[in-house]
Design a binder for this molecule. Structure first.
Ligand code: UDP
Length: 492
């Protein structure tokens, strides 16, 4: 049920610093570490979450752990995944409810399940963790276990909540009322935005925005031949005319077929990633990611261009050629997201109802998750082949998929959800849709962006700048060091 993840050793700080554009942030981090690390007095930091794969938290933790270790902080990553079948559906309801999605209210039975499983997780974690350590619990799934453990061992404990909403409603209040008792024992809490902090935690909350690793397989530069290699090895590109030395990866990308089955991505119809303009959304299969409306909007956009455009115009030709690529993980691979399969099924049903001519321009892919490296390289390659990345989230805690695209200078169409508008400034480094449930507005935004190439180029550059200044891993680790040492020394 609990697993200490072996993250190995990744890119060293010296390697980062050897890139001219990263040497300043690394230098700054090292200087800060000299101040803060000694204040931790050699304590071990335990990062605990509930999935090793899929989603933003699993994306960030390994690199954070790796850098903290290199800076001299003993750090471990533990994943808790309870066997109790009813646990993740319950925590998914809490997750949705925090985002004002679903029905308000949790029953006494829900409380019993949460308490029982939390106690079991705490029993197992207790064999690893010592009273002088620091516990950092990520998100609501292991919150109760951390609270229980804090009570038993009295170690310093921080709750890092990656989700939230900038308003409250009956539904969000229900989730927070459920979680409130478990937050009491914690010394401190960390959120991604001030707007997310519930009033009862105001006194002991800090803000740390998520961040990306610029040299990870997900984000590092890919030159032409390597990019092509990844497309061919993963099955995203059919290797036809040329001899190809590298062998294909064991697990290939699968594409939704008109009959609802999944088959090799280029089986009946070459995707042509490198030959078409591509509008992409890569995310977990989660209703809050706004998949269905995006698909509807895209079809609407194509149709309107066809009916209204002048046949010889470049706009008409672009609109005719553009494809929508929707990609997400094989749903079974994301342990703590039990709704993934259902959401993907709904989207497949929606796709199957489209006219064959509309289906042709939509590529829905599941990406294998058995190898983290391969999955990340696929996401990197897909984002880099995109003319536009969309993140049509109804609600978004932060939205690393947007950060990743911005870093690659790919123009992003986000939404005004709190996480995305912290990153993308409308009309400065991307565009934001006011109502992600409105296909008409999204279609107009797609139309606008796909015809404004000069503007997009500028937005892409500004977006990369913004990520460089605010959302790289180095500043995130710096803030964590400050937070950990403050908690370690008793001040929140
Ligand atoms: N992701 C991935 N493989 C996939 C789909 C998504 O690695 O098949 C990654 C994506 O690149 C991003 C993370 O999962 O790094 C999603 O994080 P985000 O903050 O956008 O949303 P969350 O899933 O945490 O709600």
């Amino acid at each position: 049920m609990i697993q200490v993840i072996d993250i190995g050793k990744g890119t060293r700080l010296n390697d980062y610093a050897s890139f001219a554009y990263l040497s300043n942030p690394v230098q700054e981090l090292r200087a800060q570490a000299k101040v803060w690390v000694p204040k931790l007095h050699g304590r071990t930091v335990w990062m605990v979450n509930s999935t090793a794969l899929g989603g933003g938290v699993a994306e960030m933790l390994p690199k954070m752990v790796d850098i903290l270790r290199e800076l001299g902080v003993r750090t471990e990553w533990v994943v808790v995944s309870p066997d109790a079948k009813e646990f993740f559906p319950l925590t998914k309801r809490i997750h949705n409810s925090i985002h004002d999605f679903g029905h308000p209210g949790f029953s006494a039975d829900d409380g019993c399940v949460y308490n029982r499983v939390s106690r079991q997780m705490a029993d197992e974690m207790q064999t690893l963790i010592a009273p002088e350590d620091i516990l950092v619990i990520h998100d609501p799934q292991p919150l109760g276990a951390g609270s229980e453990l804090k009570q038993r061992l009295g170690m310093k404990a921080i709750w890092r909540c990656h989700i939230g909403l900038d308003r409250h409603t009956l539904v969000t209040d229900a989730a927070w009322n459920f979680l409130k008792p478990y937050t009491k024992n914690y010394d401190h809490t960390v959120f991604s935005a001030q707007e997310y902090v519930p009033s009862f935690l105001m006194e002991k909350a800090s803000i740390i925005t998520p961040a990306i690793d610029p040299l990870s397989d997900k984000n590092r530069d890919l030159l032409g031949p390597e990019l092509m290699n990844i497309l061919c090895k993963s099955g995203l590109h059919k290797n036809g005319l040329h001899p190809f030395l590298a062998s294909r990866w064991k697990r290939q990308v699968k594409r939704l077929q008109p009959d609802g089955s999944f088959a090799n991505a280029n089986k009946n119809n070459e995707i042509g990633l490198l030959f078409h303009p591509v509008v992409t959304q890569v995310s977990r299969w989660d209703r809050l990611k706004g998949w269905e409306t995006l698909l509807e909007a895209f079809v609407r956009f194509k149709r309107s261009c066809k009916h209204n455009g002048k046949k010889k115009s470049s706009h008409y030709r672009r609109a005719n050629a553009v494809q929508l690529l929707l990609a997400g993980p094989e749903p079974a691979a994301v342990q703590d997201d039990p709704e993934g399969k259902g959401v993907l099924d709904e989207l497949c049903t929606f796709y199957r109802k489209l006219a064959p001519e509309d289906q042709k321009s939509v590529v829905l892919l599941t990406l294998p998750m058995s190898s983290r490296t391969q999955n990340h390289l696929m996401v990197n390659a897909i984002q880099r082949c995109s003319s536009l990345v969309v993140q049509n989230s109804l609600q978004e805690g932060f939205g690393l998929t947007a950060t990743e695209a911005m870093w690659k200078k790919i123009p992003v169409l986000g939404t005004f959800s709190c996480g995305l508008r912290q990153q993308i400034r409308d009309g400065i480094d991307g565009r934001l849709t006011a109502n992600p449930k409105d296909p008409k507005e999204i279609a107009e935004n797609l139309d606008y962006m796909l015809t404004s190439s000069a503007k997009l180029e500028k937005w892409g550059r500004q977006a990369q700048h913004r990520v460089y200044n605010q959302f790289l891993i180095f500043s995130q680790v710096q803030k964590w060091l400050q937070c950990l040492s403050a908690v370690s020394n008793g001040s929140g």
